[in-house]
Design a protein around this ligand. Structure first.
Ligand code: ATP
Length: 292
């Protein structure tokens, strides 16, 4: 069974003979890619994402492929009769986790997003920001093969926004596809593999900043970067090199990698779990004026 999702000549309109919102959409969402969808207000971005998440069906055309999918909708239904922890645990078991694994994943994700203090708070009493953390956690806890994020960063605090960027990098590193809409044009810039614009009812592909062919995740020069210096043998693990915008070998088996900040955790993990593991000499924000 093909696990990559594909839209073939898909179209959606609402109501009986309503105007077509999107039409003639052909899109193949391949594993291990990060895809941005952009377009003016009301152009049909959320409509497209709902088709990709399979929470809505096209009026014409086809959706094929059955990746394990998780979706953060633009508006999360927060007034659910659960506490945050019980809701996440419940969803974890629906996604196939055993009850102990679901409880562990629920606790871990609340912790990662700085929402542990609200674990026992009824969902209906959460602030908008905390409720958004639960919305994001519910999508991440089952390690989906396809993650659909509709303005998922909106309402999150600075730390949680950065954590979500890290979680996205982890998913693509693990081979998942991530499709996102975000009003901030700098979101995940430099690590996006493809950008599609919804306009005039259809989808146009434009070159992503990091696109250069060659397979694997592509990275570009924009956005905050981190410089990681490690000591160990050459060649460096492909997982680390593939995410770097610059790699330099220096004397004494020391290597310097410049990577998008949102990918630094993934690169560090690849280096630390290599056999033998690399010794990390330093990790610091890159000089924005320096070479990339
Ligand atoms: N369930 C629905 N029933 C009727 N019309 C809908 C429905 N959902 C969306 N629409 C209409 O479809 C069009 C596209 O809406 P959609 O939310 O997909 O656009 P969008 O690009 O995500 O917008 P925004 O940037 O404002 O979130 C709009 O005209 C909207 O009113």
């Amino acid at each position: 069974m093909d696990r990559a999702l594909r839209l073939t000549n898909a179209g959606r309109r609402y109501g009986f003979r309503g105007p077509w919102v999107i039409r003639n959409i052909d899109l193949h969402v391949t594993p291990a890619t990060l895809v941005r969808v952009e377009g003016p207000n009301g152009s049909g971005k959320s409509t497209l994402l709902r088709l990709l998440a399979r929470v809505d069906a096209p009026t014409e055309g086809r959706v094929s492929g059955r990746p394990r999918t998780a979706y953060v909708p633009e508006r999360f239904p927060a007034a659910l009769p659960f506490t945050s922890f019980d809701y996440l645990t419940h969803l974890g078991t629906i996604h196939g986790l055993t009850p102990p694994s679901a409880r562990r994943a629920a606790g871990d994700w609340l912790d990662r997003f700085g929402a542990s203090a609200h674990a026992r708070t009824p969902m209906s009493q959460l602030s908008k920001g905390s409720s958004q953390k639960v919305a994001v956690a519910q999508a991440l806890l089952a390690e989906p093969e396809l993650l659909i994020l509709d303005e998922a960063w909106t309402g999150l605090d600075t730390e949680a926004r950065a954590e979500l960027e890290r979680a996205v990098a982890e998913r693509t590193a693990a081979g998942a596809a991530v499709v996102f809409v975000d009003h901030d044009p700098r979101r995940l810039t430099g690590t996006t593999d493809a950008v599609y614009t919804v306009g005039d009812g259809t989808l146009h592909r434009r070159a992503a900043a990091g696109e250069g062919g060659g397979g694997g995740p592509s990275v570009g020069p924009e956005g905050p970067h981190t410089t990681i210096e490690v000591r160990g043998p050459a060649p460096l693990p492909p997982e680390a090199v593939g995410r770097a915008t610059v790699t330099e070998g220096t004397a004494d088996r020391t290597h310097r990698l410049t990577v998008p900040a949102s990918h630094s955790d993934v690169v560090l993990r690849a280096l630390l779990t290599a056999r033998p593991p690399y010794h990390v000499v330093s990790v610091r924000p890159s000089d924005p004026e320096g070479p990339r």
